[in-house]
Design a protein around this ligand. Structure first.
Ligand SMILES: CCCCC/C=C\C/C=C\CCCCCCCC(=O)SCCNC(=O)CCNC(=O)[C@H](O)C(C)(C)COP(=O)(O)OP(=O)(O)OC[C@H]1O[C@@H](n2cnc3c(N)ncnc32)[C@H](O)[C@@H]1OP(=O)(O)O
Ligand SMILES: NC(=O)C1=CN([C@@H]2O[C@H](COP(=O)(O)OP(=O)(O)OC[C@H]3O[C@@H](n4cnc5c(N)ncnc54)[C@H](OP(=O)(O)O)[C@@H]3O)[C@@H](O)[C@H]2O)C=CC1
Length: 556
């Protein structure tokens, strides 16, 4: 019912019907076989092509670069827009990136792969993206496909900053793209949560919450304080500036659909890789990764999530395979309007928050088998949808141990730090809970349509068929991945980490016993009734022991 209402609502929207019709056209093409004579495979298509990538130093950008180099070895060159950062020059950053373990397989196949990567200095927050006129000339002369991955993905980003990067920079990139003489496709990476104010999300671009141009003009003259004050009113029923500006960006991209061949990819919660280049590859604390690590370290013990809601995780290699296939499809088929691909798992192979935490203890059991080093406590996190229960456990399992530990640090002459860590964790968790406490339904027909367009060989090389995904195995590899690639811990140190967990367990048993004895002693000293109960229990135990001894003597 909700679905049909939303669909009919979508049908009345600007361009939505056209987009739905376009999807139909794509589907009709497959049925009638208009693809006709043999079409280039995905790798064949990328052969000899010059590709421009923004956000190549980021999590998804790196996987995109790696996959292009490995599975499309004939690609001509990858132009990547990079800025100097944290005292490192652009060249230094790119050379560090290429040394990363992620590129081990490419390095094996082609030790000279770096020759195909051409860094272009660019700061996306600056006018003209701060690309030099010579570089602009170079790019406009040679680029065939653009993948726009760069964005700020922080949930607490001030609106002006998020708008500048996610919307204005996208607009500028689109202007640059229009000057490119040989451009065949422009692929924009959005998020499945750009329209999280809706419960059913179709593969259409919904009207923006506000006309981006008007917002940009209004914010220009406001100082940061005013913008901060009006942000909640502006973002309305979206949870943060990230999802709000990503929705605006989609609209900005759609405005150019008459001039460019556009594809929009909307991944849900992007997690560690499933298969490629290695299972479990991940390099950051974003989304669930930070939560898993905090749980594995025994810091996070409770989190609010709806056990029955779908945890719409999508492995990064799936997103990148779909992105490359969408680039190929957009360039070859040139759809009349921008095609949107909801890149999600919930409707195809659902997995629930409860399965991650409470029910099957996937994350917990994985971290008990492969513990993280120097855990604060034994991993034991629980998910609850109840606000009060969660608050209770925060008090008992987070704040109380943090206080005791900080007291211990103070007494031993060290700087207290645990409360600070917990405060940061609570801030991060509070920003994520919006996504773990609700359910969304995404239509992902275009994902299926695209799959049906691939040759059987491409379906294997650019696999995005999430029906084959085995969640327990994926989560196990994900947890190991956070240990190996995010925390850079050595797998050979696992026995020592297990030993540390055993030590923590013994400390807990000792602490609990002392606590019970202490509380009991306090009661016994103060209450006659407690004393009577105590004598009663002791005499009962004594009688039981005597009976047990007597009966075992008789049987002997
Ligand atoms: C065990 C049962 C668990 C079950 C539940 C499991 C999963 C959780 C649920 C929900 C996931 C929902 C995710 C929804 C995603 C929506 C999809 C998208 O479209 S976008 C991509 C997602 N974006 C993000 O995830 C960004 C979120 N992060 C932020 O907004 C900010 O980082 C912040 C949380 C506001 C924190 O900001 P702060 O300024 O305080 O810190 P920094 O970011 O500067 O980081 C400082 C430092 O800390 C490290 N760090 C960051 N986050 C974590 C973390 N969660 N845990 C541990 N450490 C973390 C970071 O790397 C920095 O380190 P360094 O200084 O060394 O670089
Ligand atoms: N991760 C996720 O769960 C999801 C991500 N997405 C989308 O996927 C895309 C990629 O996300 P992800 O890889 O995770 O993000 P990351 O934060 O890992 O990467 C962001 C990239 O953008 C670049 N960038 C940011 N600011 C600037 C700037 N001012 N100038 C030049 N470059 C800049 C970063 O460069 P630098 O290294 O210099 O900072 C980095 O390369 C985004 O569009 C995001 O919205 C969608 C759904 C989920």
């Amino acid at each position: 019912m909700a679905m049909s209402t939303e669909l009919s609502e979508a049908g009345t929207l600007d361009g939505s019907l056209e987009q739905a019709a376009d999807r139909q056209t794509g589907l009709t093409d497959i049925c009638s076989g208009t693809a006709g004579s043999r079409m280039a495979s995905v790798a064949e298509y990328y052969a000899g092509k010059n590709v421009l990538i923004t956000g190549a130093t980021g999590f998804m950008g790196k996987v995109l670069v790696e996959k292009l180099l490995r599975s499309c070895p004939e690609v001509k060159a990858l132009y990547i827009l990079v800025r100097p950062k944290a005292g490192q020059s652009m060249q230094q950053r790119v050379s560090d990136m290429m040394k990363c373990k992620l590129f081990d397989r490419v390095r094996e196949d082609n030790p000279d792969f770096h020759q195909k990567i051409i860094p272009i200095s660019s700061e996306l927050m600056q006018p003209g993206l701060a690309i030099s006129p010579e570089d602009v000339e170079k790019l406009t002369a040679c680029i065939n496909i653009v993948f726009h991955c760069a964005a700020t993905i922080r949930f607490d980003e001030p609106l002006k900053h998020a708008l500048q990067l996610n919307v204005i920079a996208t607009q500028q990139l689109l202007s640059l793209a229009q000057q490119m003489h040989h451009l065949e496709a422009f692929i924009h990476i959005s998020t499945a949560y750009a329209n999280c104010n809706r419960k059913y999300i179709d593969e259409v671009i919904y009207p923006p919450p506000v006309e981006p141009k008007k917002l940009i003009e209004s914010l220009e003259w406001m100082d940061d304080g005013i913008v901060r004050d009006i942000t909640p009113r502006l973002i309305g029923n979206r949870p943060n500036t990230y999802t709000y500006t990503k929705a605006l960006a989609e609209y900005v991209v759609q405005q150019e659909q008459d001039k460019l061949n556009i594809g929009i990819i909307r991944p849900s919660i992007v997690g560690a890789s499933w298969q490629e280049p290695f299972p479990g590859w991940i390099d950051n604390f974003n989304g669930p990764s930070g939560v898993f690590i905090a749980a594995g370290k025994g810091i996070l013990r409770t989190m609010r999530a709806n056990n029955d809601a779908v945890a719409d995780l999508i492995p990064v290699d799936v997103v990148i395979n779909l992105t490359l296939a969408a680039g190929w499809y957009t360039a070859v088929h040139r759809p009349k309007t921008a095609l949107v691909y909801n890149c999600t798992t919930g409707g195809i192979n659902p997995f629930h928050w409860g399965e991650i935490g409470t029910y099957a203890h996937h994350v917990m059991s994985s971290f008990k088998r492969n513990p993280l080093e120097q855990a604060f406590r034994r991993p034991n996190a629980n998910i609850t949808s109840n606000y009060l229960i969660n608050q209770y456990w925060i008090l008992v399992s987070h704040k109380f141990p943090a206080l005791i530990y900080d007291l211990f640090l103070r007494l031993s002459g060290q700087k207290p730090q645990m409360m600070r860590i917990f405060n940061r964790l609570h801030k991060a968790i509070s920003l994520l809970e919006y996504f773990s406490s609700q359910d969304w339904e995404w239509n992902s027909e275009n994902m299926s349509m695209l799959m049906s367009q691939l040759t059987p060989e491409d379906r294997k090389t650019f696999n995005f068929d999430v029906r084959q995904l085995n969640w327990p195995e994926y989560i196990e590899n994900y947890c190991i991945g956070t240990k190996k690639y995010v925390l850079n811990e050595d797998m050979s140190d696992i026995p020592a980490a297990r030993q540390h967990l055993r030590k923590l367990r013994n400390i807990r048993y000792t602490f609990n016993t002392l606590l019970v004895v202490f509380i009991w002693r306090v009661f016994i000293a103060r209450s006659q009734m407690a004393r009577n109960i105590w004598y009663f229990v002791v005499s009962l135990c004594f009688k039981f022991l005597s009976y047990f001894r007597a009966s075992s003597t008789l049987t002997n």
